[in-house]
Ligand binder design. Structure first.
Ligand code: MN
Length: 156
């Protein structure tokens, strides 16, 4: 089990930072269109710099540099690594190196199985087919912070 967090980040370009704990750090991807609960949707996920575990609770404003803008704690919870190959479980760091990570999320908003798949240039995040899959727009239905209940424009 590990920690995952998603921070909605109103930087120069709005995006969602998807972070999962691997070997005591938060591996991070920026997802311009945010996560989807629909297995037919694949979302571009751009690998970004590692963050420390402590950053998982951050909500507030970054007042300088590249990340300038509001950060809203959009989702958080635990996840289980379910990556396997021919029935053999693959450790998370190995799955990352292989470019195929499958995880079961237990967040407040996102639940069920998701896959991170590395393509030639970038990664894609997609919902896997299970009973938590849905065609609803979770980003629109649940825009609020799980920490404060605020919307992104209310973060200061
Ligand atoms: Mn960001």
């Amino acid at each position: 089990m590990g920690l995952f967090v998603i921070q909605k980040h109103n930087a120069k370009n709005l995006h969602y930072d998807f972070r999962i704990e691997i070997n005591n750090i938060l591996k991070s991807w920026a997802i311009p269109k945010g996560p989807s609960t629909n297995p037919k949707t694949k979302r571009l996920a751009i690998l970004t710099e590692d963050h420390s575990i402590e950053y998982a609770d951050f909500e507030g404003v970054i007042d300088k540099g590249y990340g300038l803008g509001q950060v809203l704690l959009w989702d958080k919870g635990s996840f289980t690594n379910i990556t396997e190959n021919n029935g053999n479980k693959i450790p998370l760091d190995e799955a990352f190196e292989n470019g195929l990570i499958t995880i079961n999320l237990k967040g407040e908003k996102l639940k069920g199985n998701y896959a991170l798949i590395k393509t030639k240039k970038n990664w894609l995040l997609t919902k896997m087919n299970d009973d938590k899959a849905s065609t609803k727009n979770i980003l629109k239905e649940r825009p609020e912070s799980i920490l404060s209940g605020k919307l992104i424009d209310e973060i200061e």
